[in-house]
Design a protein around this ligand. Structure first.
Ligand code: UTP
Length: 296
C-alpha cells in the first residue's frame, strides 16, 4: 500500500551516561550494533515505512552523526581502486538512505524538549519519532502500522509491548481500554516506571511514536518533570487526558522482535541476537556460544 510519506525525527542529543566512557566523544546512537551504528538501523526502518525526510536532533557530539550520513570520497575512491564492491556498497548505503537534516538541542533538557526542537522542520504535519535505543527487526511490522492507525483514527499513536510484570518498573506503562482491533488499544493514562504492584497493565511504552502537530503546543506548556527534564510522556499524558486537544491517544501493541540497546547488558544481548541471525556471522557464532555456555 502506498501512503503519503511522513517526516521522521530521531532525537540523539542525550548524554548517554550509561555508556560512558564510550559516549564521551560520540552519541550513543553511533554505538555499533554488530557492524552498523544503531541510528542507521533506525533510519532504515523509517525509510522502509515510507519516510523520506529524517531530522536528527543532535547535541554536543554532532559531527560523528553528520559524518556517518555524508559521502566520504577518499574512502570511496580507495575501495573503488581496490575493486572492493561489497565494502564500497556498505560505505555508500548510509549516505543514500534519505534526505537527512540536523537540528541542535543546545542543552539536553529532556526528550520532550528535543522533540520540540523539530517544530520548525516538521511544520503542521503528523510525524514519527524514533528512538535509537529500541531496534525493531526489519522483518516485523510496526511503524507503518502505527502510521496507518494514526491516519485512520486521526490519533496520536504510541508503540506498546507486553513485558514481564517484574520488568515494568523500567518503562513507561499504559493504562488501556480495548478497541475493536486486536493490536490497537486506547490509552487512558500513562504511569512512568511504576512498581509491579502499582502498574495498571503490563504494556510498556517503547521508542516509537506517531505524533500530531498539536503536540508542539502541549510541549511548549510542559514544565520539567521526572529528573528535571521536559518529558515527552508528560505531553502524551496531557493529550490522553483531553481528547479535545488532538483526538485520542492509541497504542499499537507490537508482538515482533525488538532489540533493546539502551543499557549495557541489553546492548550486548542485542549484538549477539542480531549477529546470530546474520549469514556471515551466525554459522560460526552459534556453535561458539554453545561451547561457551557449556563452560559457564
Ligand atoms: P535516554 O534518557 O534514554 O538517553 O533518552 P540518555 O539520557 O542519553 O541516556 P542515559 O540514561 O544518560 O544513558 C531517550 C532518547 O532521547 C534522546 C536520547 O538521545 C535518546 O535517544 N534525548 C534525551 C535527547 O535527544 N535529548 C535529551 O535532552 C534527552
Amino acid at each position: 500500500m502506498t501512503r503519503e510519506p511522513i517526516k521522521t525525527v530521531i532525537p540523539a542529543a542525550g548524554l548517554g551516561t550509561r555508556f560512558l566512557p564510550a559516549t564521551k566523544a560520540m552519541p550513543k546512537e553511533m554505538l555499533p550494533v554488530v557492524d552498523k551504528p544503531a541510528i542507521q538501523y533506525v533510519v532504515e526502518e523509517a525509510v522502509a515505512a515510507g519516510s523520506d525526510d529524517v531530522l536528527v536532533v543532535v547535541g554536543r557530539n554532532k559531527n560523528a552523526l553528520a559524518n556517518h550520513f555524508d559521502r566520504v570520497t577518499e574512502l570511496e575512491h580507495t575501495l573503488e581502486r581496490k575493486g572492493d564492491a561489497s565494502k564500497l556498497e556498505k560505505v555508500m548505503a548510509a549516505s543514500r538512505l534519505a534526505d537527512i537534516h540536523f537540528v541542535r538541542q543546545g542543552d539536553p533538557l529532556g526528550l520532550g524538549h528535543a522533540v520540540l526542537r523539530a517544530r520548525k522542520h516538521v511544520g503542521d504535519e503528523t510525524f514519527a519519532v524514533l528512538l535509537g535505543d529500541d531496534l525493531i527487526d526489519a522483518r516485523d511490522v510496526l511503524l507503518s502500522r502505527m502510521i496507518d492507525v494514526s491516519r485512520a483514527e486521526s490519533a496520536t499513536v504510541i508503540a506498546l509491548m507486553e513485558v514481564e510484570p517484574s520488568q515494568i518498573h523500567l518503562y513507561g506503562c499504559a493504562a488501556v481500554e480495548e478497541t475493536g482491533e486486536p493490536d490497537v488499544v486506547k490509552v487512558k493514562y500513562l504511569v512512568e516506571k511504576p512498581a509491579a504492584s502499582d502498574a495498571p497493565s503490563n504494556l510498556a511504552v517503547i521508542g516509537r511514536y506517531v505524533l500530531k502537530p498539536e503536540i508542539f503546543d502541549v510541549l511548549e506548556e510542559t514544565g520539567p518533570g521526572k529528573g528535571g527534564e521536559i518529558q515527552l510522556t508528560d505531553a502524551l499524558e496531557a493529550l490522553a487526558a483531553d481528547e479535545q486537544i488532538a483526538g485520542p491517544v492509541l497504542g499499537v501493541v507490537f508482538r515482533g522482535r525488538r532489540y533493546d540497546t539502551g543499557d549495557r547488558l541489553d546492548y550486548l544481548k542485542s549484538n549477539l541476537l542480531l549477529a546470530l541471525d546474520r549469514d556471515d556471522l551466525g554459522a560460526e557464532l552459534g556453535p561458539w556460544l554453545k561451547e561457551l555456555a557449556g563452560q559457564l
